[in-house]
Design a protein around this ligand. Structure first.
Ligand code: PGA
Length: 254
């Protein structure tokens, strides 16, 4: 059985001092022995303070990284730098990176390969726009993003990879996909992984749902055996809400 994963993507929110407060409040409210692995993804500038406050209760993720290890790349951050801060995960290919920073599948792929080379676990985000969905292109789009993002990743590294299905139309909108829509997309992604790496290797890979997840709807997603966890944006900034989402993952599941 895959251990569930609950990820809080803070996006561009919270100074280092505010991050310390948020992590402390969350530690006080969240279940002490969660069945799920809980991962916090603060901005780069708060990773250090978050790692000091996480007390092994929460793992850390970065929200992005560059594929080179070091060099003349002003403004970029590398996998060895994230490792040194104690990051276990890195979110890659988020739709906001694709949209506002023009990230391509090829660039995301280079980042994924670099993350794996350094022992960081990539969380690859895929998802269709509303117009793609309405034209019946959901499966085509998410499979393309999946396969291009994972190009050249050997089967034995697959277990370190997590996929997040994040339909663009559901992000930050108070308009989540339905659990049935998520289940359908997850099954599509799982089938593509089975085709790529075989059943045994693919069964180890977690597929998360993200897009307007709240304390009230998280349980509905987590009730689907196809949904191995959630990637939470807005609701993770409120420690009470995020603690309730972590608690929602306490039920046995699959
Ligand atoms: P949201 O963001 O929960 O605010 O919709 C999710 C995400 O973008 O990861």
């Amino acid at each position: 059985m895959r251990r569930r994963l609950i990820v809080g993507n803070w996006k561009m929110h919270k100074t280092a001092a505010q991050a310390a407060v948020l992590v402390r409040r969350l530690a006080a409210l969240a279940p002490k022995n969660p069945r799920a692995e809980v991962v916090l993804a603060p901005p780069f500038t708060a990773l250090h303070v978050a790692s000091q406050r996480a007390w092994r209760r929460f793992a850390l993720a970065a929200q992005n990284m560059y594929w080179e290890d070091e060099g003349r790349f002003t403004g970029e951050v590398s996998a060895p730098m994230l490792n040194a801060l104690g990051c276990r995960y890195v979110i890659l290919g988020h739709s906001e990176r694709r949209k506002y920073f023009s990230e391509t599948d090829a660039e995301i792929n280079r980042k994924i390969l670099a993350a794996l080379r350094h022992g960081l676990r990539p969380i690859l985000c895929v998802g269709e726009s509303l117009s793609e969905r309405s034209r019946g292109l959901t499966a085509t789009v998410v499979i393309r993003q999946l396969l291009r993002g994972l190009a050249g990743v050997p089967q034995e590294s697959g277990r370190a990879v997590t996929i997040a299905y994040e339909p663009i139309w559901a992000i930050g909108k108070n308009h989540p996909a339905s659990p049935a829509q998520a289940t359908e997309a997850h099954a599509t992604l799982r089938a593509a992984l089975v085709k790529k790496w075989g059943r045994a290797a693919s069964e180890r890979i977690r597929i998360l749902y993200g897009g307007s997840v709240t304390a009230d709807n998280a349980g509905g997603f987590l009730a689907s055996p196809q949904v191995d966890g959630v990637l939470v944006g807005g609701a993770c900034l409120d420690p009470k809400s995020f603690a309730r989402i972590i608690a929602a993952a306490q039920s046995p599941g699959e």
